[in-house]
Design a protein around this ligand. Structure first.
Ligand code: FAD
Length: 440
């Protein structure tokens, strides 16, 4: 069957297997090349191998939860949405979450996902106690900081190229309610936005939406949203008919594929103007539910269809702190001049990062969606040059187009990962279309 990532580009013909039992999985994984697949929310080709792709959807059981310590043990195919459904009413929330709840725990480990709290809490890998990994020799090994440490460290952020995660134990964070106290700030340009981030490093969550079509003195004008978990007394004091732990919203499904011209410069300009105006008028504190705050895009199921048949690509880079102002100026200037509209442009502040092959490091990360066209592919090549020039690198969970040469220029860890994979014989079994393209 044909398979894609969330960006629906590229499309790859593959033999998709979905074993139900661990013994079947071990049988299927005896010979490669193959790659594990979670819920297909990575944008590009990292969760597909043209020869064999192993869907983990049947490994979806929660195995144990300690309500005292917040330690959850799950199979790798469990969705984050289900973790929240079970654990939030008991007063526990994921310590780190990406911008969609429709990801599996295996996918979160392999991409070592980050959230809006990276500057304070780091990435998901920080909260993993152990992983049970199906290795190339068919053995299942428990990996942690105390046992099989190297394998543990390369697996977190290793994009599924060290083995198949079967189970994992991780720590959740205690919360008193399912509400977030949100405050928005208007930044008149990118320098102002960076100042606001730096002034608010104490906030648990922070993220900026950027109008990437603004130019000149308004280059990088944005709305910055800060968030804190609301305490029990805040909900009680409001005396509203607010349940302490609100349920997830019901999403609407886009059943049709939009024509390619739907997202053009005019529609993006209108959306940006509306969003900016709305953000300006909502500066005061307000309480929003966890689902609206963390997962605004999840309310429209299948939103990736609005880009039409050609699909889209997300460009996400991180620029080191010292180079962030210069790098972001150059990137935004290049984008606003290109005439390629990005409907979604998000800026976040990363803090310090552990991990052998994880994407983040301390600095600023910019993420933009572009419909795949000859023009946008050309633009993204130019953005690669700017990112590399400022010492930045790209997020492999979003990538669908970078070349091996560009990766090697941006990321000096590539040689070590390649060597580790070769030395352990991992490259003979575990590979994705992305790892083949990037010569990992
Ligand atoms: C709307 C949206 C918002 C997002 N926001 C963020 C964000 O804020 N921060 C962030 O970090 N990411 C973000 N992402 C990316 C997403 O979190 C990651 O791509 C995540 O890996 C997807 O999980 P998945 O289960 O869908 O995995 P897939 O997309 O199926 O696979 C992703 C990678 O994980 C590997 N993998 C999956 N399961 C296993 C397993 N059991 N064993 C070994 N390897 C495995 C695959 O081989 C592949 O390399 C976002 C994605 C979307 C669509």
């Amino acid at each position: 069957m044909k398979l894609t990532g969330w960006g629906r580009y590229p499309q790859i013909e593959t033999d998709l297997r979905a074993p139900r039992q661990e013994s079947d999985l071990i049988d299927v994984a005896r010979s490669g090349p193959l790659i594990a697949r979670g819920n297909g929310r990575a944008y590009g080709d990292c969760a597909v191998n043209a020869t064999k792709t192993i869907h983990m959807k049947h490994f979806n059981r929660m195995l144990s939860f300690d309500v005292g310590s917040g330690i959850l043990v799950v199979e790798a195919g469990v969705l984050l949405a289900d973790v929240i459904k079970v654990c939030l009413p008991k007063g526990w929330f994921p310590p780190v979450t990406p911008g969609t709840k429709f990801v599996t725990i295996g996918g979160m480990i392999a991409a070592d996902v980050h959230g809006k709290n990276h500057h304070k809490h780091g990435s998901f890998g920080e909260f993993i106690d152990w992983i049970d990994l199906l290795c190339r020799d068919g053995e299942v090994r428990r990996c942690s900081l105390n046992a099989n440490r190297d394998l543990f460290n390369w697996t977190i952020g290793g994009m599924g190229l060290t083995g198949i995660v079967l189970r994992a134990a991780f720590r959740l964070q205690p919360v008193e309610t399912g509400w977030i106290r949100q405050r928005s700030h208007v930044a008149k340009n990118i320098d102002h936005a960076i100042d606001l981030f730096e002034d608010n490093l104490g906030s648990t969550y922070s993220v900026a939406w950027i109008d990437c079509m603004a130019r000149g003195a308004r280059l990088g004008q944005s709305i910055i949203t800060l968030g804190e978990h609301a305490g029990r007394e805040e909900i009680d004091a409001k005396a509203l008919s607010m349940p302490r732990f609100p349920q997830r919203r019901r999403g609407r499904y886009i059943g049709i594929e939009f024509p390619n011209f739907t997202l053009n410069n005019l529609s993006v300009r209108c959306f940006n103007a509306l969003y900016y105006w709305k953000g300006k008028s909502a500066a005061a504190d307000r309480l929003v539910s966890w689902d609206s705050y963390f997962y605004p895009l999840d309310s429209i199921l299948g939103w990736n269809r609005i880009y039409g048949r050609r699909g889209f690509s997300q460009y996400q880079c991180v620029i080191p702190l010292a180079q962030s102002r210069a790098g972001l100026h150059a990137l935004l200037d290049c984008i606003s001049r290109s005439g390629c509209a990005s409907f979604l442009a998000v800026l976040k502040r990363f803090g310090k990062q552990r991990g052998k092959f994880s994407f983040p490091f301390e600095g600023y990360t910019l993420a933009l969606d572009f419909p795949v066209t000859a023009r946008s592919l050309d633009l993204m090549n130019k953005l690669d040059d700017i990112t590399a020039h400022h010492g930045g690198r790209l997020n492999l969970a979003k990538d669908s187009r970078m070349s091996a040469e560009v990766l090697a220029t941006m990321d000096d860890r590539v040689g070590k990962y390649r060597h580790y994979r070769k030395h352990q014989g991992l490259n003979q079994i575990f590979s994705s279309e992305q790892s083949i393209r990037l010569k990992l």
